[in-house]
Design a protein. Structure first.
Length: 343
């Protein structure tokens, strides 16, 4: 589809450029013809005046008047036409190559967006189909069992409710992601004490961490940002939830704040298998799954948390990146601009 679109766009580029070039060529030809005709006519008049001045009063028989050669004008016209034809052909081939390149550059972001959309639809359909299939299978098995007991029915219904909850969570995450994409940073913002906000989030998730045998180490710094309290709370809540949930060992989760060059950087680190370079940019895509070595540590979720995080960061004119800090230690680093009055 995009190959055909690229060819069509190239043809349009070439057509527009050639219309301009050919029109300019006609203008050049007409200008050259006009200037040359005037120049030759002026030369003819000068020769005639010089001839009359030299031989007008002389009684000797004058030599014949030099003949004005019209073939000179025709030769100039022909050479101009030939030069313009060669020039236009050269421009045609060069513009075709350049237009094909520019058409590819123009369509590449659109192609990437369409690919992402197709992948998103496919992954969303898969995420929805999985719990539905599980519910259907379990209900069918229960119905076919003629000797089923009330306890089995209750267990089946319980499992079905769990699958419905998964669908409900998926729907809520999809709506949340859509909301932040639509807002695109236009939501209401206020001055926030980032240190205070992060401290509350750390306290909340530290209880879960301690129940798993480790803690969250918080290294704070004074910083204030301009943002939405709800969005910033969700942003770092998602990151800490992931860090605690997917911490593969007993090392403490680290949350560190630093301020530099008018920005606040927050690093959330946890023990985890290394993320390969090819996954570092794709990990923020909806429903993206890294390799099995990391997936085996998954603890639920619908694969939209990091996508929501990225949208919130972009909406606050910040950036987020994932790093392999040390052996089996992965960090997510969020950088946000400080408010004007931050220290």
């Amino acid at each position: 589809m995009f190959k055909q679109a690229r060819i069509k766009l190239t043809l349009w580029y070439v057509a527009i450029l050639m219309v301009v070039t050919v029109s300019f060529s006609f203008f050049v030809y007409a200008s050259v013809d006009s200037v040359t005709s005037r120049a030759l006519e002026s030369q003819k008049l000068r020769i005639e005046r010089q001839y009359n001045n030299n031989w007008g009063m002389n009684r000797m028989t004058p030599p014949p008047l030099p003949h004005f050669n019209t073939e000179t004008l025709m030769e100039i016209r022909q050479k101009t036409v030939n030069l313009l034809i060669v020039l236009n052909i050269t421009i045609l081939f060069l513009s075709a190559a350049l237009s094909y390149f520019l058409a590819g550059k123009t369509l590449k972001p659109i192609e990437e967006t369409v690919k992402k959309q197709k992948r998103f639809i496919s992954d969303a359909a898969h995420e929805i189909k999985t719990p539905l299939t599980a519910m259907k299978t379990e209900l069918e098995v229960t119905i076919r069992d003629k000797n089923f007991k009330n306890e089995e029915v209750k267990e089946t219904l319980k499992n079905s409710i769990e699958e419905v909850d998964k669908l409900n969570e998926l729907t809520e995450r999809l709506l949340t992601l859509s909301k932040y994409q639509a807002l695109n940073g236009t939501g209401k913002k206020e001055k926030l004490n980032l240190k205070e906000l992060l401290s509350k989030i750390v306290t909340k998730y530290n209880k879960v961490a301690k129940s798993k045998g480790f803690e969250i180490e918080f290294l704070p710094a004074d910083a204030s940002i301009l943002g939405s309290r709800e969005e910033i709370d969700r942003l770092f809540g998602n990151l800490m939830d992931n860090a605690v949930k997917y911490n593969s060992g007993k090392k403490n989760v680290e949350v560190e704040m630093v301020t530099k060059s008018g920005h606040a950087a927050v690093r959330v680190s946890n023990e985890s298998p290394e993320i390969k370079e090819k996954d570092t940019s794709l990990i923020f895509e909806p429903f993206y799954r890294a390799e099995e070595s990391r997936n085996k540590h998954r603890a639920g979720g619908v694969g939209l948390g990091l996508s929501i995080v990225k949208e919130i960061v972009l909406g606050h004119k910040g950036k987020i990146e994932v790093r392999n800090e040390r052996e089996n230690v992965v960090s997510f680093v969020v950088t946000l601009p400080l408010s004007d009055n931050s220290q």
